[in-house]
Design a protein around this ligand. Structure first.
Ligand code: MLT
Ligand code: MN
Ligand code: ZN
Length: 323
């Protein structure tokens, strides 16, 4: 057996020739599914079963995460999912490596949810402290409620960079990120403390050389006029597509909680997000953080057709967006 076949039995990606650096901001979807992934380990909903049966109209999807590459070449991971090990393989091959090399310059967190943060623990082998960006309340959650940061102190350690709502941070000289607040709930594991703060943020990345703008909002509880303006002034938006209808989980007998109870605006209906997204003219519109139960995962479904008719795309793992 060839050595690389042994080490990477299923990752054809390792055999690809590295693409040349384009010197523009690049975005890659690393995981399109919401927490649990598709299929989810304990789920036998029609979608999860269809993936297990290798049906042609639905694919295996990793959990919510994207990566953004600065024009200078550094990759930033945005949200660290439990699938981060496989996901980071999608970024390798863009620069020469030393024997132990970190493919990312930092991790940016949009919230402290388990599906967006657990991957930090998988990165503990790092030779240097991990650079992690997040709000003060996200740091508090990851220190007290789900103490990943404390745990990592005994491994690689973390260098925390504080993100303030309303501010713009230069990730590199050519890549900036603006932080905006989104109305949302605290993670379940922090709710007993009843503290308020910037539990969920959205991010607007801009390439200072091309002036191209991308907005990422995987957790969206409401759509305000202000937010829609932000979307309209972006070249591309990646938006919460968790649930089709408010009662998706109730109908399937999975939960008594609605989409809105969980801090996710559903897509369908007059007050759903799809209607508003369809009105936007400038941006390329892509749905991410899509729950495994959502019928839009099935390429032939009427719900997928409605999304496409609204000029909106359903994201997929590995999708690279050049602006
Ligand atoms: C969410 O997106 O609402 C959370 O990640 C749900 C969860 O705890 O899995
Ligand atoms: Mn989630
Ligand atoms: Zn399922």
């Amino acid at each position: 057996m060839h050595g690389s076949d042994y080490l990477y039995p299923k990752l054809a990606i390792t055999k690809q020739v590295p693409p040349p650096l384009l010197e523009i901001m690049l975005l890659k979807i690393l995981g399109t599914a919401a927490g649990g992934g598709l299929p989810q380990w304990n789920c036998s909903c029609p979608n999860c079963q269809a993936v297990r049966q290798n049906r042609a109209d639905i694919s295996w999807l990793n959990q919510s995460s994207i990566a953004i590459q600065a024009p200078e070449g550094e990759w930033f991971l945005v949200n660290a999912s439990p699938d981060v090990r496989q996901q980071l393989e999608l970024l390798r091959g863009t620069k020469p490596y030393s024997i132990r090399d970190n493919p990312i310059a930092g991790v940016i967190l949009t919230d402290a949810e388990i599906d967006h943060t657990t991957g930090l623990i998988i990165l503990r082998e790092s030779g240097q402290p991990l650079r992690v960006y997040g709000t003060a309340i996200i740091k508090k959650a990851l220190t007290e409620g789900f103490p990943l940061l404390k745990t990592l102190e005994a491994y690689c350690g973390v260098e925390w960079s504080s993100l303030e709502v309303g501010s713009t941070v230069s990730l590199t000289p050519k890549l900036a990120v603006e932080i905006f607040a989104l109305p949302a709930k605290a993670p379940k594991y922090m709710r007993s403390q009843a503290i308020t703060g910037d539990w969920v943020i959205g991010l607007t990345f801009s390439d200072r050389t091309t002036s191209k703008v991308v907005t990422y909002a995987p957790g969206l509880a409401q759509l305000s006029d202000r937010l829609l303006k932000r979307f309209e002034s972006s070249d591309c938006i990646l938006v919460d597509g968790t649930f089709w209808e408010n009662d998706d989980l109730l109908i399937q007998g999975i939960s008594t909680r609605t989409a809105r109870d969980m801090g996710h605006l559903p897509l369908a209906g007059e007050d759903g997000s799809l209607q508003s997204l369809s009105q936007l003219k400038r941006p390329r519109k892509i749905l991410v953080h899509i729950n495994n139960t959502n019928p839009i995962h099935i390429a032939s479904s009427k719900e997928r057709k409605m999304v496409e008719a609204a000029g909106v795309e359903v994201g997929c793992d590995g999708l690279t967006i050049e602006l």
